[in-house]
Design a protein around this ligand. Structure first.
Ligand SMILES: *[C@@H]1O[C@H](CO)[C@@H](O)[C@H](O)[C@H]1NC(C)=O
Ligand SMILES: *[C@@H]1O[C@H](CO)[C@@H](O)[C@H](O)[C@H]1NC(C)=O
Ligand SMILES: *[C@@H]1O[C@H](CO)[C@@H](O)[C@H](O)[C@H]1NC(C)=O
Ligand SMILES: *[C@@H]1O[C@H](CO)[C@@H](O)[C@H](O)[C@H]1NC(C)=O
Ligand SMILES: *[C@@H]1O[C@H](CO)[C@@H](O)[C@H](O)[C@H]1NC(C)=O
Length: 193
């Protein structure tokens, strides 16, 4: 009996203090509760699979990627540690650059290992096809260049991809060690509303 009373008093106090906290937050206009329905987020999540080819073109006059920070001299030829490339790379539906463009990969990658070619990828896939036009998928992850499969997390997105989660599997399709030009196949698995 005494324990039950104590418990209900505790619960009463907890709900009271919760109310106070929400009210205080609401009073400032800083944060409030939202019904998911009002943001169209009450629908079932869809798991979509996108496949496209990412073209990293460093050579020629119409390059899409460029070094904005050179490698640290000590690591210049081994791991390119410290190098940063900025990218605005076309994403095409087939491996050939002349195939249909379905979006762009905007962002950068940084060489972040002292011992091997490993990249920190930070990029937005800005898609331009159909209902995905204008929506973005954001990738932040580790890419070990010489692994056959490189898995990187989808950390979010915008438009159709609000609240998105998932991952991307990348596989090198073509690489020219002379120029650094590369074509990578991306398979992106993403949960979205
Ligand atoms: C605060 O509460 C009022 C009344 O319930 C509501 O209309 C308003 O949208 C809330 N503010 C925020 C920021 O959630
Ligand atoms: C580079 O792009 C311009 C403009 O789109 C085009 O006219 C030119 O032929 C391209 N050059 C090469 C080498 O592809
Ligand atoms: C790094 O390597 C490139 C190409 O191999 C060379 O052109 C450049 O001078 C080197 N930079 C340094 C700082 O050694
Ligand atoms: C890409 O397509 C163009 C034009 O359709 C063609 O000439 C070229 O051989 C193709 N390249 C490859 C690697 O298949
Ligand atoms: C995507 O949207 C932009 C801006 O609304 C529009 O200009 C463009 O034609 C659209 N692209 C496709 C492929 O529908």
């Amino acid at each position: 009996m005494a324990i039950a009373t104590k418990l209900s008093l505790t619960l009463l106090f907890l709900s009271y203090s919760t109310t106070i906290i929400f009210a205080a937050a609401n009073d400032t206009g800083f944060v409030g509760k939202v019904d998911p329905k009002s943001l169209n987020l009450n629908k079932k999540r869809t798991l979509s699979h996108f496949r496209f080819y990412w073209h990293d073109i460093l050579s020629g006059t119409n390059y899409t990627a460029a070094t904005i920070v050179p490698a640290l001299p000590k690591y210049n030829t081994t791991s390119s540690f410290g190098m940063v490339n900025i990218i605005d790379n076309p994403l095409t539906v087939g491996p050939n650059l002349t195939s249909k463009t379905v979006g762009r990969a905007e962002g950068f990658y940084a060489l972040t290992s002292q011992s091997q070619a490993t990249l920190l990828m930070v990029m937005n896939f800005a898609l331009s096809e159909g209902k995905y036009n204008g929506s973005t998928i954001t990738i932040v992850g580790r890419n070990v260049a010489y692994n056959e499969f490189k898995e990187m997390p989808v950390v979010g997105g915008s438009g159709v991809f609000k609240f998105a989660t998932g991952y991307a599997d990348a596989r090198t399709q073509f690489f020219d060690p002379e120029t650094g030009d590369a074509t990578t196949e991306y398979n992106v698995y993403v949960f979205h509303y």
